[in-house]
Write a protein that binds this ligand. Structure first.
Ligand code: PLP
Length: 255
């Protein structure tokens, strides 16, 4: 059986983001994806209309049902929705210290819609930060998590909060021609990649990247290899992304 990534993520009915992005990206990375569903969202490629979060009991029951059944090597989290779900995941990870863990600190959808109360989620994420093998914030999430505007200071602060490795994604920065991502391990910058900025907005790019990293880590890549593989793959699937409607975000064509 392929090494498995257990994802704690929400359902996006458009299929662009959330658990469908996770399943597709992890499958493309060569690993198997299992899901503990955190929430059912109501959204399309243009906006979020609402969501209903899973109870923490139901979330943990889903996760515990596959522990011991599947060869889980890595956990990946995306939308968690409530502070109860964040606390439940922290408890779960503490019970399984051998699992690698990719934390994608999702606060809002790329379309701008709410996926939970940002202020309470930020406070609760503090528990998850020291448990993560790697954290993959965009710069909006990095600033929200640390309360600091300056990217370098905010990254340093995330390490003070217990982070082990951080991939800072520059897609939300005002760089019209390119996007710069920076990977830090133990507080040190270990690699930077710059790619051309593709036209348009993409739905589920962050989920896809974090999940591909998780899939590669599950198969034995080190952090730097996993990130390099994931960035190359993501650029390719975004180049092929499809526009459902002129007003919507593009949906990555992951295979
Ligand atoms: N998870 C769910 C369920 C979502 O609906 C979204 C965005 O809509 C995300 C995660 C984050 O998506 P992105 O990868 O675009 O940041």
């Amino acid at each position: 059986m392929r090494p498995t990534v257990l994802c704690f993520s929400g359902l996006d009915p458009s299929g662009g983001a959330g658990l469908q992005a996770d399943i597709e990206a992890i499958g493309q990375s060569g690993a198997h994806a299992a899901i503990a569903c955190t929430a059912l969202t109501i959204q399309n490629s243009q906006q979020v209309f609402g969501f209903e979060a899973t109870s923490k009991e139901l979330l943990l029951a889903q996760a515990n049902a596959v522990v011991g059944d599947l060869p889980i090597r890595c956990v990946k989290s995306g939308m968690l929705g409530t502070t109860d779900n964040i606390a439940a995941l922290a408890e779960f990870l503490q019970q399984h210290p051998d699992y690698l863990y990719v934390l994608d600190p999702v606060l809002v959808a790329n379309s701008g819609g709410s996926l939970g109360d940002q202020a309470t989620l930020v406070k609760a994420f503090v528990k998850l930060i020291p448990l993560a093998t790697i954290i993959t914030p965009n710069t909006v999430e990095l600033r929200a998590l640390t309360g600091l505007e300056d990217i370098e200071q905010a990254t340093a602060q995330l390490f003070n909060m217990g982070a082990k490795a951080v991939l800072v994604k520059g897609g939300h920065e005002d760089t019209p021609e390119h996007i710069r991502n920076a990977l830090y391990i133990e507080g040190e910058l270990v690699s930077e990649t710059t790619c051309a900025r593709l036209e348009g907005e993409y739905h589920g790019s962050g989920c896809s990247l974090a999940s591909f990293i998780a899939g590669r880590l599950a198969q034995g890549d080190n952090i730097q290899q996993a990130v390099n593989h994931a960035e190359t793959w993501l650029f390719h699937v975004l180049q092929q992304a499809e526009s459902p409607t002129p007003n919507g975000q593009k949906i990555p064509k992951r295979f």
